[in-house]
Write a protein that binds this ligand. Structure first.
Ligand SMILES: Nc1ncnc2c1ncn2[C@@H]1O[C@H](COP(=O)(O)OP(=O)(O)OP(=O)(O)O)[C@@H](O)[C@H]1O
Ligand SMILES: O=C(O)C1=C[C@@H](O)[C@@H](O)[C@H](O)C1
Ligand SMILES: [Mg+2]
Length: 165
């Protein structure tokens, strides 16, 4: 069995929070959703942080939260943009990090009408942002899992098997 923590990265809507909860339950580790930690520490929702403090301030809070939470027997579901900060990439590269790889159009459909500040209404922009982040996701990940519409339970099973190798 690999030691904790386990970090999960991937683009908006790839299932980091959903899959992370299942994995944590199966291995008996604590589950942490980094977006929730940031919101709680700031006393504001993610949307409120973006609206009133801006993305740079959000990234700073996110990086602080990652530094605090990334340790011990924990599954940390990261925010979609966590890999944008070089310091975060360095931290993530040192632990067991999994990238959830999902098709852009599926993610676009899945995040429609949800409250995610950077999702936007422009598919080209959404897709470009994903392409820009892809090398970073691949850089930090020790395991890449192709989701491609498989149920979250299947994805979680693959991750748990890898942790138990
Ligand atoms: N493998 C899957 N197949 C179908 N639906 C899924 C799958 N994984 C997650 N979902 C659904 O997609 C939505 C987004 O999932 P989730 O919130 O876990 O993504 P996320 O990666 O944590 O997103 P964010 O980057 O915004 O935090 C949820 O409604 C969830 O139920
Ligand atoms: O992809 C992103 O940059 C983000 C994803 C969400 O998880 C949140 O962390 C926030 O909305 C930013
Ligand atoms: Mg999430």
């Amino acid at each position: 069995m690999k030691s904790g923590p386990l970090a999960i990265v991937g683009y908006m809507g790839s299932g980091k929070s959903t899959v992370g909860r299942i994995v944590a339950r199966q291995v008996g580790w604590e589950f942490v959703d980094l977006d929730e930690v940031v919101a709680e520490r700031a006393g504001l929702s993610i949307t409120e942080i973006f609206d009133s403090l801006g993305e740079r301030a959000f990234r700073r809070l996110e990086s602080e939260a990652l530094g605090k939470m990334l340790g011990g027997e924990r599954v940390v579901a990261c925010g979609g943009g966590v890999v944008e900060e070089p310091r975060n990439r360095s931290l993530l590269s040192q632990v067991n990090t999994v990238f959830l790889w999902e098709d852009t159009e599926i993610l676009w459909r899945r995040t429609r009408g949800t409250d995610r500040p950077l999702r936007g209404e422009d598919y080209e922009e959404f897709s470009r942002r994903y392409s820009e982040r892809l090398p970073y996701y691949l850089e930090v990940a020790a395991l890449q899992v192709e989701v491609y519409e498989r149920p979250p339970e299947d994805v979680a099973r693959e991750i748990v098997a890898w942790l138990r190798e």
